[in-house]
Design a binder for this molecule. Structure first.
Ligand code: 6PG
Length: 243
């Protein structure tokens, strides 16, 4: 298990810093495998983008055969491209992890990027309601953060920030995303962030809710864990510093 410094950055905001991007991937993989071992009834939501790819490769390398049998996997968002397109989040997860799974595997609820965003979002919404009911509580949601403070495909200024559905189209139909309603209802939310380029936005998002930084609006009752490598944590006050 990867150990690192952990501290509270305020109500509902825990920070854990590990040394390197590789240590970050290992820590995230351990969280995902641990969540799966508890047979989460609603499932695990995966982040897209570049940061989590290595984590998914580590999951594939470390998970015991059948570790994810029957576990529902969801996506925080998807780009509206076919799954074999290089930009597809599902395609990335298949290449990094799912393509190597033999034997009983997870229930993968990919967002159908080949369809129009509204249709794909409605389908994902229906699938999540079927599993988790009208107020589904995802057991573990992994999220990333963009330099502009977006998370999943919840970008600053996008109407989707106020969407009442579980999944909704975003980015003028170029994306489909889980909404703040779903993310803030998750039992556990982990932001996985690596690299110096994210240090400023991490510090700003942790400082408190700000509609200009959608990641800062994810506020599950159980709080969020910011899982950072040292470079991404560089702009945070050291634990115990006066705010
Ligand atoms: C996506 C992700 C997105 C991502 C951030 C950070 O589909 O791209 O859902 O929210 O987490 O943009 O992306 P990187 O990890 O590539 O920096």
């Amino acid at each position: 298990v990867v150990t690192g410094t952990t501290w509270s950055a305020g109500a509902g905001r825990e920070v854990r810093v590990v040394e390197s991007a590789e240590a970050l991937a290992e820590a995230a993989a351990d969280l995902v495998i641990d969540a799966a071992s508890r047979r989460p009834p609603t499932g695990i939501m995966l982040a897209g983008g570049a940061t989590p790819r290595r984590s998914y490769e580590v999951v594939a390398a470390r998970a015991a055969p059948g570790a994810f049998a029957g576990v529902h996997l969801w996506y925080g968002d998807e780009r509206m491209v076919p799954p074999d397109h290089p930009d597809s989040n599902h395609g990335m997860v298949v290449r990094a992890w799912l393509g190597a799974v033999t034997g009983p595997g997870p229930h993968v609820h990919r967002i159908r990027g080949e369809l129009p965003a509204a249709e794909a979002a409605a389908m994902a919404d229906g699938e999540l309601r079927a599993v988790g009911g009208e107020a589904p509580a995802i057991d573990l949601a992994l999220l990333g953060i963009g330099g502009d403070g977006h998370t999943a495909s919840l970008f600053p200024g996008d109407d989707v920030l106020d969407a009442g559905a579980l999944f909704a189209p975003a980015r003028a139909g170029r994306r489909a995303t889980a909404t703040l309603r779903v993310l803030s209802a998750a039992r556990r939310v982990v932001f996985l962030v690596s690299g110096a380029a994210k240090a400023a936005v991490v510090a700003a998002a942790i400082a408190g809710p700000d509609r200009a930084l959608p990641a800062s609006l994810v506020a599950p009752a159980g709080g969020v864990l910011w899982l950072l490598d040292r470079a991404a944590a560089a702009r945070l006050p050291a634990p115990g510093d006066p705010r």
